[in-house]
Design a binder for this molecule. Structure first.
Ligand code: SF4
Length: 235
């Protein structure tokens, strides 16, 4: 019912098995299919994710594929058993921007075609804006803001989200110093008391250093884990 696309296809695929063997294994293991039939299914899957000359390339090893094509193989593997949900963990990190766009388009298209849920884990807010309906921003292992995607870009309800958005370089702001959130992410073994973001937050007050803010509703479809979400929203 669930499948995962990992971020680094080269280290996720088995280097000593052909791509066809790895795709086919999904069908032999889970559906008891013969090796011959599973090979046919592997070629179909490769065609579905638009890998050219699939019938030939099914016999090749992962190192014989480009980064983008390897990621397509990972997507094909995740799609094999037609799951209800795909979790894609930074699926485009190692790829250049053009290939990144192609892989994201492919994921979005397959998601629509097969009516699957897609959870995309990423630090790239540009990718999120294109693909997602809803966004959950996490800090130190905890969700700090949830929102329909476009509202978060217009008016974030958590200072961390605000800092992330401010950190994106903009073409219309040439000559200005790039913004960065001060400090470093916390050591997860020693999370600061109160709000985990307090040592880095420009809005932190005394309560932030003692009380963990709950994830509170700020509107029917939005929530923020900040004591001062109203001020962050400018209300
Ligand atoms: S609770 Fe305080 S420290 Fe945490 S994000 Fe809100 S203002 Fe900043």
């Amino acid at each position: 019912k669930m499948a995962m696309v990992f971020q680094d296809a080269l280290s996720s695929l088995n280097p000593v098995l052909t791509v066809g063997e790895q795709l086919g294994e999904m069908f032999t293991t889970h559906q008891g299919m013969s090796k011959k039939d599973s090979r046919i299914k592997a070629v179909e899957l490769m065609e579905r994710v638009r890998i050219p000359a699939a019938a030939e390339r099914v016999k090749q090893y992962p190192h014989q594929f480009s980064g983008g094509m390897r990621q397509r193989v990972m997507i094909a593997m995740a799609m094999a058993l037609e799951p209800a949900l795909i979790i894609a963990d930074e699926p485009t990190t190692a790829l250049d921007v053009t290939v990144q766009a192609q892989v994201m388009d492919l994921l979005a298209e397959l998601q629509r075609e097969f009516n699957m849920g897609l959870i995309l884990i990423t630090h790239d807010l540009g990718v999120v804006a294109d693909v997602a309906d809803k966004i959950a921003v996490m800090y130190a292992g905890r969700i700090v803001e949830t929102s329909p995607v476009h509202e978060i870009y217009k008016n974030p309800a958590h200072p961390y989200t605000k800092g992330l958005l401010q950190s994106i370089p903009r073409l219309d702001q040439k000559g200005q110093e790039l913004y960065a959130i001060k400090g470093l992410p916390p050591n997860l073994l020693h999370i600061p008391p109160g709000c985990a973001f307090n040592p880095r937050c420009p809005m932190a007050q005394d309560i932030c250093r003692t009380d963990v803010p709950p994830l509170a509703k700020v509107s029917p479809d939005r929530a923020s884990a900040c004591h001062f979400w109203k001020e962050t929203l400018g209300e």
